[in-house]
Design a binder for this molecule. Structure first.
Ligand SMILES: Cc1ncc(COP(=O)(O)O)c(C=O)c1O
Length: 302
């Protein structure tokens, strides 16, 4: 299959994608003791790479995973080498890039690793061609349901992008069982948090509303961009606490993430959002974000 990667970058070198790479003792595999980032690279140029590398380091620091001071340069070279090897650095190349860092292999047992027992973190870069979201999904909009999994905004782990994603996998399975496309987490006190791999936005009149950072969300790079975009485009950006009823009664709603960009949402649980079709602001946000990823432009469509 052409979309299957042929290479992977592991600890400083390219390897065949189907070779054996990591130790079975790796803490990432054993315990989800790791952090990661996913980003989009068009024409070999990584979108918002600095923001992703800063969040990767902040997540690693948060879990006490030591990254050398040169890690950002090494990872950047790794991305370049991998994109070239995969044929995704061409002018029309469009890649989803994942950087994964785990604490590394530890031959002992237990949650804590004695000082000096691990030589260094495991660092992996993967890349896949971006397959465009099916046109019919963009036209009908996503259907999302509320997950039974709740978010605790006071958890120190909420802001870290860790590889412990069982909650997210569980919620996506819930969504598929319900015949929906994705699930939305609520906080333990009942506010809208985020979707399984994306932030949530609502358009209400001329307001662009999104859950604030105290709602157990990941501070998405695309979310940041959209808050700036709103100001430039004639929408008032509002970070606030949203109740499920606020999402259900919005004029428009959409999800945002680095790889998929802006995805319209037209159904939330039993509610039709707006007129049940992707709204004008949503379409404009999607087009402008795609243009920004393509050529770095900050322009907005009119
Ligand atoms: C749980 C979660 N929230 C939000 C996002 C969006 O973040 P970004 O825009 O930086 O991709 C992601 C992206 O993977 C995510 O996994």
């Amino acid at each position: 299959m052409p979309s299957e990667p042929r290479h992977v970058w592991v600890d400083g070198a390219l390897a065949d994608a189907d070779a054996r790479h990591l130790s079975a003792f790796d803490r990432g595999f054993q315990l989800g003791d790791g952090v990661f980032e996913t980003l989009r690279a068009r024409g070999g140029r990584s979108t918002e790479l600095d923001q992703h590398l800063a969040r990767l380091r902040a997540s690693a620091d948060g879990l006490g995973i030591a990254l050398p001071p040169t890690a950002e340069d090494t990872i950047t070279r790794g991305i370049d080498a991998l994109l070239k090897a995969e044929g995704l650095a061409t002018p029309d190349g469009d890649a989803a890039v994942r950087i994964t860092v785990s604490r590394g292999p530890f031959l002992g047992r237990g949650l804590l690793v004695p000082p000096g027992a691990i030589d260094g973190a495991t660092v992996v870069v993967q890349a896949w061609p971006v397959t465009s979201v099916p046109a019919e999904l963009i036209e009908r909009g996503l259907h999302v349901v509320t997950s039974a999994v709740r978010r605790d905004p006071s958890s120190p782990l909420g802001a870290l992008k860790t590889t412990s994603r069982a909650d997210h996998v569980y919620a996506r399975i819930e969504a598929h069982k319900a015949g929906a496309d994705d699930a939305v987490f609520l906080t333990i006190d009942g506010y809208v948090s985020e979707a399984t791999t994306a932030n949530v936005f609502c358009v209400r009149g001329t307001r662009l509303e999104t859950p604030s950072l105290d709602c157990g969300i990941l501070a998405g790079t695309t979310r940041d961009w959209l808050l700036g975009w709103a100001g430039r485009s004639g929408l008032e950006p509002i970070e606030t606490r949203l109740l499920p009823g606020d999402l259900a009664t919005a004029d428009e709603a959409f999800l945002s993430s680095s790889v998929a960009g802006v995805l319209p949402v037209t159904r939330y649980d039993a509610h039709t959002i707006g007129d049940g079709k992707p709204g004008q602001w949503t379409k404009r946000a999607r087009a402008d974000r795609e243009a920004f990823i393509r050529d770095g432009s900050g322009a907005t469509t009119t």
